[in-house]
Every structure is written in structure tokens, then in C-alpha cells.
Design a protein around this ligand. Structure first.
Ligand code: FES
Length: 145
């Protein structure tokens, strides 16, 4: 039911941990399943994501998608990171079972929340970024399953 890539990122998640004095930190949860994710971004003066770490209190699919999402945003510009949707993360993992699609939203939203935190601290506006919700289950109905 899970692809080999999902199993690999679940068993050996990349970029687990915290960044001290991170440029941006984002925490989101899904009140329906109770899972929580926190993303730390280290962004340099050029707006490049130098480092990224995550912590997840969540299911295996949430761990695997966060791991892949952090791999995809590392070394990218803020605008490039904005293009990394949960669908891009799922594609990179060779798919997720449909009941687990919502788990991939945690990673996308946590990255957006961390970028929002960075933008707020630095008084900048990131094109296309809206203030993230701390509980993503509120707008789950909009997503396809
Ligand atoms: Fe909640 Fe997967 S079941 S994130």
C-alpha cells in the first residue's frame, strides 16, 4: 500500500531536528487526527533556504511527506519553495494512498507557516503567501481525496 520511497522516508526520515535561532518556524496541526508538525527554516540574505529541519508528532505518512518536503525545499529560493505543493511532494514519493493525502498537507502548510514567520519577522511580503491556519482540518473540505 505504501511505495518504497514512502517506506524509506518513514524509516529513515531526513532533516529531523531543530534549528536554533531559525529564520522562520512554523507549526501546524490537524485537529481531526491530532497530528502536529513543526518546520524550522534557515534562510540566508539572498533568500535561499540554507537549511531546514522538522519535527512531527504524527503518522507515518506525515513523517514521510515532511522528510521529502524538507529535501525538496533545501537549497531553494523562497519563491521556488512556494511552488512545492503537497502534490509535488506526493509525486516525489511515488504517491500516497488516498486516505493519507491529507497528511501531506501538514508539510506544505508547515513550510508556509515558517515562511510566514520569516516574512513577519523581516517585514517583507512573499508573493502568493497567505497567513496559514494553525489547524489545517478547517479547510480540508476544499481538498480532493
Ligand atoms: Fe494525521 Fe496522517 S493521520 S497526519
Amino acid at each position: 500500500m505504501y511505495s518504497e520511497k514512502v517506506m524509506d522516508h518513514f524509516m529513515n526520515p531526513r532533516n529531523v531536528g531543530e534549528i536554533e535561532n531559525a529564520s522562520g518556524v512554523g507549526t501546524v496541526g490537524n485537529a481531526k487526527c491530532g497530528d502536529i508538525m513543526r518546520i524550522f527554516l534557515d534562510i540566508d540574505e539572498e533568500g535561499i533556504i540554507r537549511d531546514v529541519k522538522f519535527k512531527t508528532f504524527g503518522c507515518g505518512a506525515a513523517v514521510a511527506t515532511s522528510s521529502m518536503a524538507t529535501e525538496l525545499v533545501k537549497g531553494k529560493s523562497i519563491q521556488e519553495a512556494m511552488q512545492i505543493t503537497n502534490k509535488a511532494v506526493m509525486d516525489a514519493l511515488d504517491g500516497l494512498p488516498s486516505v493519507k493525502v491529507h497528511c501531506s498537507l501538514l508539510a506544505e502548510e508547515a513550510i508556509h507557516a515558517a515562511l510566514w514567520d520569516y516574512a513577519t519577522k523581516n517585514g517583507i511580503v512573499i508573493e502568493g503567501l497567505e497567513q496559514p491556519k494553525s489547524d489545517i482540518s478547517e479547510h480540508e473540505e476544499d481538498e480532493e481525496y
